[in-house]
Design a protein around this ligand. Structure first.
Ligand code: M6R
Length: 614
C-alpha cells in the first residue's frame, strides 16, 4: 500500500525521486521521505508527515545533491502517520537506509530478539525491524550487504518490497520483493526502482518485473543481477513497458477521477478491441480458446474479489448464470481465504482485481489453487502479481487507474465479464443465437451511449449541489442494478465521507425503510426492465416518507419523472448491460458531491489504491 522509488545513475536523484513519489502517491499518502547519498558522502534522510508536496517543502532548504537515493510514500499499517514512523528508516549504526511496502508479520518477535541484543528502536513500525536485522546480521557475521539481506530475509514472515541504501557504498542499491510489487527500470547508465512502472517510463521503457523472493543488486556500471535467498542467479527477461505519460497525467482535468470517468467510452473500446466483432457476430477471448477443457464445463464458478471488483463480480454472476447456466458464487476474497471452501479440480475460480496486487485476492487464489481449482484472472495492471498467479485470464485494458475510487476499472471488469459470459455461453450452447447477437451488438454500442451520458455532467453537477447537506444516503436497485446500487454507495462514501448504504430495492421494507425521512436522499436505479413496476412502488413508498428521490431511469420515462425529485435518463440498452451505463451518473454524482464538499477526491482519507496488506 506504500509507494517505493529508487534511482542510481548520472542525474541528480532527488527530482527523479520526488516526481516518482508523486506518481505513486495513489498508493498511500500519509507521510513521505527520501534518503540520499549526497555529493560529500553523507547519508541524508528527510521525512515528514503529509504528502509528497509537504516533503518537498520540508527539504527545500536542505542538501539534496547526490546521484543515488530511495524514497517512499506511506500508508500507515504499524505506527501512526508521523515523521518518525515515515520511511526511510535508518539502521542502529547509521549505515543503512530502508524503504518498505508490505507488512512484516513476525516483526514483534524479531524486534524483541534484537532488543535483547541491545538494539534500540526509534519508530513503531515493522519496517525498522528489517533494517536493524540486516545491519545486525552484517555486523555479527562480518559479511557483505547482499549476504546479510539474504540471511535476514530468510527469517522474515510477511510481505515486502524493499530497497536499501548503504552509506559506505554509493554505487549500489539492493532491492527485494515478496508478495509486494517491484519493478527495476534500466536506462543508459542509470537504474530506477518503482512499485510500478509509472515513475520509470519517462526515462526508459525497459524494465524487469521482480518475482517473489528475488533480490536485485543494482550496481553503477554493471548489469542488474537478480539472485534468490540462496544466492542462485535468477534469469529475468527485460521487458518493454507499454505505458505512456499521457495515461498517467491529468490531461487538463482537475482530478484523475473525473478524467477516468470521462475516459470510459475509449477504455471500453480498448477493452473490446480484437475481441468483439459485430460483423462476424463473434466474441473471442483467447483465454477461453486456449483453456477450453477447463472452462467449458466446470462444476461451478467461484468469483473472488474485494471492493468494487467484488461488485463487478456480482454482475458477473448474473451474466454467467444467465448466459452459461453454470452456478456461480461470489465471495469476498478476505472471507474466502479463511473459510474452509469445498473446492476441487472441477471448479473454476475467477479472481477480479484492478491492481492485481490485492493481498486478500492473491491469498484466495493460492488457496483455490492448492485445492486444484483452475484460476482465471481479470486484472488491469499488466504483469501484476495476480495476473501471474492465475492459470489464465483476460486483461481489461483500460489503462492505469490513478484515482483511488475505482471507475473505469469497474466498467472494464463488467465488460470483460460480459464478453466471457457470451463467449462461454456460445461454446456451451446455452445462449440462443438471437440473444447472443442482440447483446453483442448492444455491447458494441455501449461506448457511444456512454458518450451521450457524459454530456449530462452539468445536470448531475447541479443535482449534486442540492444534496451536499445529507449525512446519509440510500441506494436501491434490483437484478442487474442491485450491484450498481452497492457500487454507487461505495463511491459516495469513499470520496465524500457521507454514509451510504446500497440495498436491493425490495429489501428496503425489511429494515432500511425505518431510516427514511426528509433528511435522507434515496438514489433509485429504476430502468424499464422486468422489475420496473415493483421499483416504481418502492419509489412511492419512499415519497410517502418524504425523502428526496434521485432516480436513474430509461430515456423517455414519464411515470418516474413525475414522482422523483431529480431524474437522470439513460439511453436504452439490453437489461444485462444497464450496469455499464447506470454506473456513470452514480460515479459523477459521488464526484461532484465530494468536490462541492471540498474533499480530496483522488486521495481520500485513510484509503490507498492498492491494498497489499490484509
Ligand atoms: O485492485 P483491486 O481491484 O483488487 O482492489 C479492490 C478494492 O480495494 C477496490 O476496488 C476498492 O474498493 C476501491 N477503492 C473502490 O473504489
Amino acid at each position: 500500500m506504500c509507494g517505493i522509488v529508487g534511482y542510481l545513475g548520472k542525474r541528480n536523484a532527488y527530482p527523479v525521486l520526488i516526481k516518482g513519489l508523486k506518481r505513486l502517491e495513489y498508493r498511500g499518502y500519509d507521510s513521505a521521505g527520501v534518503a540520499l547519498l549526497t555529493k560529500d558522502g553523507n547519508l541524508q534522510v528527510y521525512k515528514t508527515k503529509g504528502k509528497v508536496s509537504d516533503l518537498e517543502t520540508y527539504a527545500a532548504d536542505k542538501d539534496t545533491t547526490g546521484t543515488v537515493g530511495i524514497a517512499h510514500t506511506r500508508w500507515a499499517t504499524h505506527g501512526e502517520p508521523n515523521s518518525t514512523n515515515a520511511h526511510p528508516h535508518i539502521s542502529y549504526m547509521g549505515n543503512l537506509a530502508i524503504i518498505h511496502n508490505g507488512i512484516i508479520e513476525n516483526y514483534a518477535v524479531l524486534k524483541k530478539q534484537l532488543q535483547e541484543h541491545g538494539i534500540e528502536f526509534k519508530s513503531n513500525t515493522d519496517t525498522e525491524v528489517l533494517v536493524q536485522l540486516i545491519e545486525y546480521v552484517r555486523t555479527k557475521r562480518e559479511t557483505d550487504l547482499l549476504t546479510a539481506v539474504r540471511i535476514a530475509l530468510r527469517s522474515v514472515i510477511g510481505a515486502y518490497a524493499i530497497a536499501i541504501l548503504d552509506k559506505n557504498d554509493p554505487d549500489q542499491i539492493i532491492a527485494a520483493r515478496k508478495s509486494s510489487p517491484l519493478v527495476v527500470g534500466i536506462g543508459e547508465e542509470e537504474f530506477f526502482l518503482g512499485s510500478d512502472a509509472s515513475p520509470i517510463i519517462e526515462y526508459t521503457d525497459k524494465v524487469i518485473y521482480l518475482d517473489d523472493k528475488d533480490i536485485a543488486v543494482i550496481r553503477r556500471g554493471e548489469e542488474v543481477e537478480v539472485v534468490d535467498f540462496n544466492n542462485e542467479k535468477m534469469e529475468h527477461e527485460v521487458t518493454t513497458v507499454e505505458l505512456n505519460l499521457a495515461q498517467i497525467e491529468k490531461g487538463g482535468f482537475p482530478h484523475f477521477m473525473l478524467k477516468e470517468i470521462f475516459e470510459q467510452p475509449e477504455c471500453l473500446k480498448d477493452c473490446m478491441r480484437g475481441r468483439v466483432n459485430v460483423e462476424a457476430n463473434n466474441v473471442t477471448l483467447s483465454a477461453i480458446i486456449d483453456n477450453r477443457k477447463h472452462l467449458i464445463n466446470p462444476r461451478r464458478i467461484i468469483i473472488v474479489a474485494c471492493g468494487t471488483s467484488w461488485h463487478a463480480g456480482l454482475i458477473g454472476k448474473q451474466l454467467i448464470e444467465d448466459f452459461c447456466q453454470i452456478p456461480v458464487e461470489v465471495e469476498y476474497a478476505s472471507e474466502f481465504r479463511y473459510s474452509k471452501p469445498v473446492i476441487n479440480e472441477q471448479d473454476v475460480v475467477i479472481a477480479i482485481s484492478q491492481s492485481g496486487e490485492t493481498a486478500d485476492t492473491l491469498a484466495a487464489i493460492e488457496l483455490a489453487k492448492s485445492k486444484g481449482a483452475f484460476i482465471y484472472g481479470i486484472c488491469n495492471a499488466i504483469g501484476s502479481s495476480i495476473s501471474r498467479a492465475t492459470n489464465t485470464g483476460s486483461y481489461i485494458h483500460v489503462g492505469p487507474e490513478i484515482g483511488v475510487a475505482s471507475t473505469k476499472a469497474f466498467t472494464g471488469q463488467v465488460t470483460v465479464l460480459t464478453m466471457l459470459a457470451l463467449a462461454l455461453g456460445k461454446e456451451r450452447g446455452t445462449i440462443d443465437n438471437l440473444r447472443y447477437t442482440r447483446v453483442l451488438e448492444a455491447l458494441n454500442e455501449v461506448p457511444e451511449k456512454m458518450e451521450q451520458l457524459l454530456t449530462q455532467g452539468d445536470t448531475i453537477k447541479d443535482i449534486s449541489r442540492i444534496f451536499t447537506y445529507a449525512h446519509n444516503f440510500l441506494y436501491l436497485g434490483r437484478g442487474y442494478n442491485y450491484p450498481v446500487a452497492l457500487e454507487g454507495a461505495l463511491k459516495l462514501k469513499e470520496i465524500s465521507y457521507i454514509h451510504a448504504e446500497g440495498y436491493p430495492a425490495a429489501e428496503m421494507k425489511h429494515g432500511p425503510i425505518a431510516l427514511i425521512d426528509d433528511e435522507m436522499p434515496v438514489v433509485v436505479v429504476a430502468t424499464k426492465n422486468v422489475l420496473y413496476d415493483k421499483v416504481v412502488s418502492n419509489i412511492q413508498e419512499i415519497k410517502a416518507r418524504k425523502a428526496r428521490v434521485i432516480a436513474i431511469v430509461s430515456e423517455g420515462d414519464e411515470t418516474i419523472c413525475k414522482m422523483a425529485d431529480s431524474v437522470i435518463e439513460l439511453p436504452h440498452t439490453e437489461e444485462c448491460l444497464e450496469p455499464l451505463l447506470a454506473s456513470i451518473p452514480l460515479q459523477m454524482l459521488a464526484y461532484y458531491i465530494a468536490v462541492a464538499k471540498g474533499k480530496d477526491v483522488d486521495q481520500p482519507r485513510n484509503l490507498a489504491k492498492s491494498v497489499t496488506v490484509e
